[in-house]
Design a protein around this ligand. Structure first.
Ligand code: GTP
Ligand code: MG
Length: 197
């Protein structure tokens, strides 16, 4: 049984929680399914708000899992209807987030399994690499593809990210969740034991 609780919704750095527990952050384009992935991993459909309308999550939301690490839900990028000033604010907030949180142990970069990655997707992965933040690539909505298509799209996505491995996932069927949890637990456990020494 996983225990998950909402901690805080931050619109600026001053709202970020002070606890130094490990953080797993979920990042990706608007509407790819970041909040749905968090809910499914946490086993609670009502934890993070999801919506078929892009741009649902507009602040940085922190959830505490099993009292020992955070899941961090970022607002999505590439939301077509967003005003220019909102996009700039978003960029600043996300930049501050990644630069100020030394407890980030894993970034889960989420793309849509049905689409080729965008320029912003590739920029995000380059950015994570530059900041030396370990990341895993997850392609959501795999339930909308046949297994042949999943293999083909997996290759397309992996190639776009320079051969990085990609986990196909579905919030509907639970595909890929075991593997994602495994990475999450590895990343957060290493950090916890380091803190204990
Ligand atoms: P923003 O907060 O706007 O950035 O979006 P988000 O990335 O958090 O997406 P969200 O989880 O709100 O999901 C967007 C839409 O996609 C919702 O209608 C979800 O039900 C749907 N969705 C998410 N994951 C899956 C999936 O694995 N399969 C299917 N079929 N639909 C999904
Ligand atoms: Mg969301």
């Amino acid at each position: 049984m996983i225990q998950a609780e909402f901690v805080i919704s931050a619109v600026s750095e001053s709202g970020f929680p002070q606890e130094g527990i490990p953080e797993v952050v979920f990042a990706g384009r608007s509407n790819v399914g970041k909040s749905s992935l968090i809910n499914r991993l946490a086993g609670n459909e009502k934890l993070a708000r999801t919506s078929s309308t892009p741009g649902k999550t507009q602040s940085i939301n922190f959830y505490r899992l099993n009292g020992s690490f955070f899941f961090v839900d970022l607002p999505g990028y590439g939301y077509a209807k967003a005003a220019k000033t909102a996009v700039q604010q978003w960029k600043r907030l996300i930049e501050r987030y990644f630069q100020s949180r030394s407890a980030i142990v894993l970034a889960i970069q989420i793309v849509d399994s049905r689409m080729p990655p965008t320029e912003s997707d590739l920029q995000l992965s380059e950015w994570l690499e530059r900041l030396k933040i370990p990341y895993m690539l997850v392609a959501t909505k795999a339930d909308k593809l046949s297994s042949n298509q999943q293999h083909a799209q997996g290759r397309v996505i992996s190639n776009s990210f320079g051969g990085q491995s990609v986990v196909m996932s579905s919030a509907k069927t639970g595909t890929g969740y075991k593997e994602i949890w495994k990475r999450v637990l590895q990343a957060t456990a290493v950090e916890s034991s380091r803190n204990n020494h």
